[in-house]
Design a binder for this molecule. Structure first.
Ligand code: HEM
Length: 303
């Protein structure tokens, strides 16, 4: 199946699974979320490392949306996997869309389609929840993710988690060569970024992420350090489901400062991972193209 047909199929599977006629305009994935704003300050000398003209700017306005995956507007906040999407709008635009997992749960769009097909069968009562879980475990990339996921720290707020791109993007260095790196946002207001205990996590309510974040912002800005994790020779840059192990060279790009809670205002926006500034190239893995095609389809469909 070509990328366009596969994207149509995946978008329609998301709609079969998560459409709610009472909320026809909600996002079909990552529905529960809220918005905030601030600015991104590139590190002073970053353009000595990378030829990315946008990073010459001092303060780039940033829109930041935090969300949980899935289509449920009332999903429980006691979810280990959480997300952050950014829109940096300066002389150019840069959308960065991440989760708090270093890797994604699939590495081929076909695996996502298989996963969605199983969830649809479960929803339609064709198979039990146990059968669905067993079938899902048989998808190799998902099994790998499930074993990795145990290591993701449990946190009490979006301000405490690190967020990761999973895809490796290409960054133009001063020699004009493009080098591969994954993106990482590291929390600077760390109280518990290494995680809280399962007991503490269990005591949290089903709805605390938005109010906690809002209250934290009343006390001061919430910041993240934007780092590039450069690929080493042994890393598979085309597998978003593969962990990069061992020490990696990391370069600081700058600091994201979130200053204002913006309510649900941006929940209808779309964050397109292929909106990139000059000097940053698209990943070459097999998921990226389909991912962007699906976002364009679901965004159009929910208008
Ligand atoms: C083929 C691969 C993928 C598909 C089909 C897919 C599907 C979707 C869809 C349908 C949406 C809602 C788009 C909208 O209408 O606004 C979405 C949002 C999102 N996805 Fe994916 N996704 C994929 C890969 C990924 C990966 C690799 C990541 C993380 C690295 C990711 C993180 C997110 C996040 C954070 C959002 C919410 C963005 C926002 O706040 O609006 N997705 N995804």
């Amino acid at each position: 199946m070509d990328a366009a047909s596969l994207s149509e199929l995946i978008a329609s599977q998301f709609y079969t699974l998560n459409f709610d006629s009472k909320n026809p305009h909600k996002k079909i994935n990552h529905a529960k979320g809220f918005c905030s704003s601030g600015e991104f300050a590139p590190r002073k000398n970053i353009t000595q490392d990378f030829d990315i003209p946008m990073l010459k700017e001092k303060n780039i306005p940033a829109l930041v949306r935090f969300s949980l995956s899935g289509g449920d507007l009332n999903a429980s906040d006691k979810s280990k996997i959480r997300s952050m999407a950014l829109k940096l709008t300066g002389t150019e635009s840069w959308d960065i869309v991440m989760t708090n997992a270093e890797i994604n749960f699939i590495n081929k769009p076909q695996d996502l389609s298989r996963f969605l097909a199983i969830k649809i069968d479960e929803k339609q009562g064709k198979i039990s929840a146990t059968e669905a879980a067993n079938r899902i475990k048989n998808i190799e990339s998902i099994a790998r993710f499930q074993s990795y996921e145990k290591r993701v720290p449990l946190t009490s707020s979006y301000s405490q988690a690190s967020f990761h791109s999973a895809h490796a993007f290409y960054f133009r260095n001063k020699k004009g060569e493009f080098v591969a790196a994954r993106l990482k946002f590291v929390p600077l207001n760390s109280k518990d970024s290494k995680g809280i205990s399962q007991g503490e996590f269990d005591k949290l309510s089903n709805d605390f992420l938005e109010s906690n974040f809002k209250n934290e912002l009343k006390k001061g800005e919430i910041s993240f350090k934007f780092m590039l994790v450069l690929a080493s020779i042994n890393d598979d840059i085309n597998d978003i489901n593969a962990l990069w192990s061992g020490l990696h060279k990391e370069i600081e790009v700058g600091i994201l400062r979130i200053k204002k809670y913006e309510g649900k205002g941006c929940n209808g926006d779309v964050f397109m991972p292929n909106i990139l500034p000059e000097g940053v190239g698209e990943p070459s893995d097999p998921v990226f193209l389909v991912r962007n095609l699906v976002y364009a389809l679901t965004f159009a469909r929910r208008q």
